[in-house]
Design a protein around this ligand. Structure first.
Ligand SMILES: Nc1nc2c(c(=O)[nH]1)N(C=O)[C@@H](CNc1ccc(C(=O)N[C@@H](CCC(=O)O)C(=O)O)cc1)CN2
Ligand SMILES: Nc1ncnc2c1ncn2[C@@H]1O[C@H](COP(=O)(O)OP(=O)(O)OP(=O)(O)O)[C@@H](O)[C@H]1O
Length: 195
């Protein structure tokens, strides 16, 4: 599949990546979700508290991934959108504990832990449309994760993408928080250069 030319803007990349995701057959998506859940469970051996997300639309991942982390004894935190402010966080206690949020999201219903919870996590799985070898991540363009992760240090930031969404070079801006790794269905955990 051809990629947009280097130098094209973030919006073109987003359009291209979203339409490519929508074309992925359901059975491929399901197989990829299972591979991601297995890799995430292995990763959890090194992480007591893991920030993660409930996938919407064609995003990679699944509730099964979150349940695997819980079964491995990890505390799983999920984001809560609070307008333009940094994301708040709540604990995942299984599918029944989720309530509808904005943008078709499902969010944790319980206690809010405050935006700082991510800084105290042991790892964060971050939704992304793509990530490049330097760790530059492309999100949905609302800036939620960039605002929430600015200033967070020492927490492995792991972009969850399909194999073909780990690309050589994305357009980056100074506010883009660099990811330390990518989690892909085919490659498992891939460390990124941070250069
Ligand atoms: N699963 C998930 N949770 C997340 C994010 C995300 O990207 N994915 N976020 C990342 O920042 C935050 C929420 N921000 C969001 C900002 C915009 C849209 C959005 O544009 N949604 C589309 C529908 C998407 C679809 O169905 O695929 C829409 O509202 O039209 C979604 C979430 C926190 N939680
Ligand atoms: N640390 C920050 N403080 C304030 N605004 C920010 C910060 N980081 C990003 N923004 C703003 O958020 C908007 C979206 O940024 P960008 O296009 O990089 O989003 P993204 O990384 O794709 O999305 P997201 O982080 O929501 O997944 C931009 O207008 C940007 O100026």
């Amino acid at each position: 599949m051809t990629l947009p030319e280097f130098g094209s803007g973030k919006q073109e990349w987003r359009k291209h990546l979203v339409s490519r995701r929508k074309a992925v057959p359901a059975e491929v998506r399901e197989a990829e979700a299972q591979a991601l859940a297995r890799s995430a469970a292995a990763l959890a051996w090194r992480a007591a508290t893991v920030c993660a997300y409930v996938p919407i639309g064609s995003e990679p991942g699944s509730l099964a991934l979150l349940d695997e982390l819980r079964s491995a004894g990890r505390r799983v935190l999920l984001p809560v959108v609070t307008g333009a402010a940094p994301l708040d966080w709540g604990v995942y206690f299984g599918e029944d504990s989720l309530v509808p949020g904005p943008h078709g999201l499902r969010e944790p219903s319980g206690l809010r832990l405050g935006p700082n919870a991510v800084a105290n996590a042991d790892a964060a799985l971050v939704p992304a449309l793509a990530v490049d070898q330097r760790g530059v991540r492309l999100g949905r363009g609302a800036g939620h994760y960039d605002r929430s992760l600015a200033g967070v240090s020492g927490v492995p930031l792991i972009a969850v993408v399909r194999d073909e969404e780990l690309v050589d070079l994305l357009p980056g801006e100074p506010h883009d928080v660099r990811m330390t790794a990518a989690l892909t269905p085919g490659g498992g955990l891939v460390t990124l250069s941070g250069m």
